[in-house]
Design a protein around this ligand. Structure first.
Ligand code: NAD
Length: 482
């Protein structure tokens, strides 16, 4: 148990009480840095998941009928409360997720930005007219909220993945049922408490903790749940896609990624190295946007490898509250995956430039930032999501070759390109089969952009105006005045 079970919060009431829905037992939340027990959280079962839908279904008519400016006012209050509680929310996140405190604070800003964006978006007029193709007829399109929306989120961004979905759904007029990952329920419950204080009517925002398969299964089968927005692995996304077929739900799927990071001769190499470190090691490597494969033009290959490995050597590793560059990984499965990808790559001819194992002095979940060079395309790390602090580098000779290798993936979330040649950049950005292409920088996301992937990285987009689409239906009305 931690010395201070209140985590040093200014507002300990942000930590959970007894739980809102009928439950069975408690879930232990542990600090990945120390293994200490942080809290025990009441959990729900399938009955609790159904009760949350009952509450949301009952609240939906009133919420969706509210004037948009009244819904927006509540969203603005939620935004203000999240920012006012930023330090507490960041501490909670570090305690259960392990990320460095400055990254956790950055995530709270990012999470809040979606709430403000969609509070404003709720006010935009949404009636369009259609040029009639029928005599005497007047045509209109209305966007209406779909109804109850289920939101299922992962542990790597415990707050932002909730607000990116919930703010859009709530602005559209939907009531929501939220299931956060078992690793990070505390951030979700703190956001729910702030939503309650912001004044969302009872039943509009419901958070259900418990066994993911049971809760998600109940919601997929429930015809009253009209939309499902999921962020997580492609493997679980496929399962939920199948389970939603019988009730033909609207789906948003933000799934896995396997980002290529491509550097051409003539790029600003200092900048490419700095951005490469960010693209690989932010969120301790546990990021769907994390660069998994580094393709470096052969004339600059040795120089890039040496500079990148030197920069990675300087990264610090430690518990999140000490604000290192890299914190612990979330659980032992993640550690095993790093080691398996490294061992496999080395067995197939890769060279280890730095790192390569657990830093036992820090604890069993601290993996040293690792760089592998000369990694062949046959290595597992060149195809599977590593989701940790291991970088794999390979040389390429031509533009056509690197485009083909970058696109040879079931994933299509984001690709990074470093070049100063505008024609080359044009050709690359056209040819890469990715939902997002970042040129000469790493951080490109935010509330105003439509985030999402091609191929098996997902369906639909989150953020921007497009983020509202899954939570609305278009109703076409035709009036005959003849
Ligand atoms: P995960 O798929 O294991 O879990 C995500 C969510 O699904 C959690 O809430 C979990 O409880 C639930 N879940 C797990 N098993 C389930 C089951 N059998 N049935 C129903 N629900 C189930 O993913 P994770 O390990 O929490 O997160 C990492 C993954 O998320 C990576 O693949 C990463 O790329 C992806 N991710 C994608 C984005 C994006 O925006 N595209 C953002 C963050 C993370």
């Amino acid at each position: 148990m931690l010395d201070d079970p209140t985590l040093g919060l200014n507002d300990p009431a942000l930590l959970p009480g007894a739980g809102d829905f009928p439950g069975q037992g408690r879930l232990a939340v542990r600090d990945p840095a120390s293994g200490d027990l942080v809290a025990r959280v009441a959990i729900s079962d399938g009955v609790g998941a159904g009760a949350a839908v009952d509450a949301a279904q009952a609240a939906f008519p009133g919420w969706s009928a509210m004037l948009p400016q009244d819904r927006a006012a509540i969203l603005h209050r939620w935004h203000g409360l999240i920012l006012a509680a930023k330090d507490d929310l960041a501490r909670i996140m570090v305690a259960e997720q392990g990320k460095p405190i400055s990254e956790a604070q950055g995530e709270i800003d990012y999470a809040a930005s979606f709430v403000r964006f969609y509070a404003e978006e709720a006010l935009r007029p949404n009636i369009e007219s259609v040029t009639s193709h029928l005599p005497h007829a007047e045509m209109e399109l209305w966007r209406e909220p779909v109804g109850v929306a289920a939101l299922i989120t992962p542990w790597n961004f415990p707050s932002a993945m909730i607000t990116r979905k919930a703010a859009a759904a709530l602005a559209a007029g939907c009531a929501v049922v939220i299931h956060p990952s078992a690793e990070t329920p505390l951030s979700a419950l703190a956001l729910a408490e702030l939503a309650r204080r912001a004044g969302f009517p009872a039943g509009v925002v419901n958070t259900v903790i418990g066994d993911a398969a049971t809760i998600a299964g109940a919601w997929c089968a429930d015809a009253r749940v009209r939309a499902l927005s999921f962020t997580g692995s492609t493997q679980v996304g496929r399962l939920l896609y199948r389970q939603s077929a019988d009730t033909v739900k609207r789906l948003v799927m933000e799934l896995g990624g396997h980002a290529p990071f491509i550097v051409f001769q003539g790029a600003d190499l200092d900048r490419a190295v700095t951005e490469a470190v960010k693209a690989k090691f932010a969120t301790s490597g546990q990021d769907c946007l994390g660069a998994n494969r580094f393709y470096i033009h052969r004339p600059i290959y040795d120089d890039f490898c040496a500079r990148f490995a030197a920069a990675v050597d300087k990264l610090t590793l430690g518990p999140g509250m000490s604000d290192p560059d890299i914190g612990p990984l979330i659980h032992a499965r993640q550690i095993a995956k790093q080691q398996a990808h490294i061992d496999d790559a080395i067995a197939k001819g890769a060279r280890l430039l730095t790192g390569g194992d657990v830093d036992a002095a820090q604890g069993p979940l601290f993996f040293r930032p690792t760089v592998l060079a000369d990694v062949p395309d046959t290595a597992a790390i060149m195809a599977e999501e590593t989701f940790g602090p291991v970088a794999a580098i390979s040389a390429f000779d031509s533009e056509d070759e690197v485009i083909a290798r970058a696109n040879a993936s079931e994933y299509g979330l984001i690709a990074y390109v470093h070049s100063l040649d505008p024609r080359r950049i044009y050709r690359l950005t056209r040819a890469l089969q990715y939902g997002m292409v970042a040129v000469n920088r790493t951080k490109v996301t935010g509330a105003p952009i439509p985030f999402g992937g091609m191929k098996q990285s997902g369906l639909g987009r989150e953020g921007a105006r497009q983020g509202l689409e899954a939570f609305t239906e278009i109703k076409y009305v035709c009036r005959d005045w003849g």
